[in-house]
Ligand binder design. Structure first.
Ligand SMILES: [Cu+2]
Length: 124
């Protein structure tokens, strides 16, 4: 096989990857949260706020808190923050007892793609 031909194939594969990459970046990834990942919080937070790289659909998104108290937040309770659909606000009507919590989030972004992830925080 001529060397130039092989080179063209590699270049082609590279260009294809570069073309697909922006679409993958358009998914909703977690930018930040409150409480922050790995935070040590004095007392129960009154709410969780999750900020994503793009708008998400609260109706199709789920957030579950795994800890001393198993809390599944119904989708109806999730609300986007003041019309900013990159933010999900999760009010906590029950105080969280001290302990380690894992936040498990599954969201559907406005472009219809699903993403998910987890992070932890500790209530002291
Ligand atoms: Cu996407």
């Amino acid at each position: 096989m001529p060397k130039t031909f092989l080179c063209l194939r590699v270049l082609c594969a590279f260009l294809l990857t570069a073309a697909i990459a922006p679409a993958a970046l358009a998914h909703a990834h977690l930018v930040s949260s409150a409480p922050a990942a790995n935070a040590l919080v004095q007392g129960s937070p009154q709410q969780l706020v999750l900020t994503f790289t793009e708008g998400v659909e609260p109706r199709f998104s789920r957030i579950r808190l795994v800890g001393p108290l198993q809390v599944t937040v119904p989708s109806a309770v999730l609300s986007s923050d003041n019309g900013d659909n990159t933010r999900l606000r999760v009010p906590l009507d029950k105080a969280l007892p001290a302990g380690d919590y894992q936040v498990v989030w599954k969201v559907v972004s406005v472009d219809g793609h699903r993403t998910q992830g987890t992070y932890r925080f500790t209530v002291k």
